[in-house]
Design a protein around this ligand. Structure first.
Ligand code: C2E
Ligand code: MG
Ligand code: MG
Ligand code: MG
Length: 289
């Protein structure tokens, strides 16, 4: 490992520096090595049609295996952006994930792919071109790809972001608002944004069945989404009573540990195989829910 060899690694210590800043700098240089040494991997978490339990899509989630420890994305995505690595890293995620899913679709499974993007990734030069190129090179149809962005990406100072995402949307790519309900995208905005999917934040789902306000809000978002012609996905389903409540209120889609954990590509493939060999009609992959 380059780390032990000390090759080119610059350590910066200054007494006035906050420990956090030092940690971020170190993470930044470790990330460069990680990219070179292929320590990154992608996991796929299924999303289902709540009425039928059919898997309608998978969300690509980036993993960093630093030694034997998995570093959570929330810890390394910020530093990756600051060190300029998030754009090549995000490009790698998109291509790898498109390639896998295009292969699964080749086996007659009509599955979609969702990929997360930050504001800085969208603002990067040639963002639109790089997404279009990934689709073209992997053969994934644009209609099978959904870009997930958080509310602030579309609302806060978002002129250029919205324009770029609209360009991709004109190609057929779909757009999802991630973690809906926690940020600035007031309900009034929804009708104006170029959006196809809203993903209800797990904090709402967590309160289903126990917290009256959160239950009421979830019901309202589900109804509003459907009135606006949007696909609503409930995120973070962990308990059977949450699943029941969502089914009862007619929420179309769901995702969460109870539905399925994020899994390696090989596990998705064995899921497909089990389904094709079993009861499911051809091309359908359903989960036992
Ligand atoms: P997200 O896009 O909202 O992804 C959902 C997160 O919730 C994932 O965490 C997933 O593992 C977790 N999750 C799913 N179901 C459950 C559940 O039932 N309970 C709980 N407690 N958690 C659940 P993860 O993989 O740690 O990712 C965290 C965030 O990092 C993501 O949130 C996304 O914002 C970001 N991220 C992950 N991969 C990428 C990537 O390739 N690019 C970018 N830009 N961001 C990424
Ligand atoms: Mg997401
Ligand atoms: Mg989310
Ligand atoms: Mg999140």
């Amino acid at each position: 490992r380059a780390k032990e060899a000390g090759g080119g690694r610059v350590e910066v210590y200054a007494p006035h520096m906050h420990a956090d800043v030092v940690r971020r700098l170190e993470l930044g240089s470790d990330l460069q090595q990680a990219l070179a040494e292929e320590e990154f991997a992608i996991e796929f978490q299924p999303m289902v049609d709540l009425a039928t339990s059919r898997v309608t899509g998978v969300e690509a989630l980036l993993r960093w295996w630093r030694g034997s420890e998995a570093v959570p994305p929330e810890e390394f995505i910020g530093p990756a952006e600051e060190s300029g690595l998030m754009v090549p890293l995000g490009d790698w995620v998109l291509r790898e994930a498109c390639r896998e899913v295009a292969r699964w679709r080749g086996d007659a499974w009509d599955v979609g792919l969702s990929v997360n993007f930050t504001a800085r990734q969208i603002a990067a030069p040639r963002f639109v071109e790089s997404v279009a190129a990934a689709l073209e090179e992997t053969g994934l149809p644009p209609q099978a790809l959904t870009l997930e962005v958080r509310e602030e990406v579309l609302v806060e100072d978002a002129g250029q972001n919205v324009e770029r995402l609209s360009e991709l949307r004109n190609l057929g790519v779909r757009l999802a608002i991630d973690d809906f309900g926690t940020g600035y995208a007031s309900l009034a905005y929804l009708g104006q944004l170029p959006v196809d999917v809203i993903k209800i934040d797990p904090s709402f789902v967590a309160g289903l069945g126990s917290d009256e306000t959160r239950t009421l809000l979830t019901r309202t978002i589900v109804r509003l989404g459907s009135d606006l012609g949007l696909t609503v996905v409930a995120e973070g389903i962990e308990r059977p009573e949450q699943l029941e409540a969502l089914r009862e209120m007619g929420c179309p889609r769901g995702q969460g540990f109870l539905v399925a954990r994020p899994m390696a590509a090989g596990r998705v493939e064995s899921l497909v195989r089990t389904n094709l060999e079993g009861h499911a009609p051809s091309g359908d992959v359903a989960l036992p829910l």
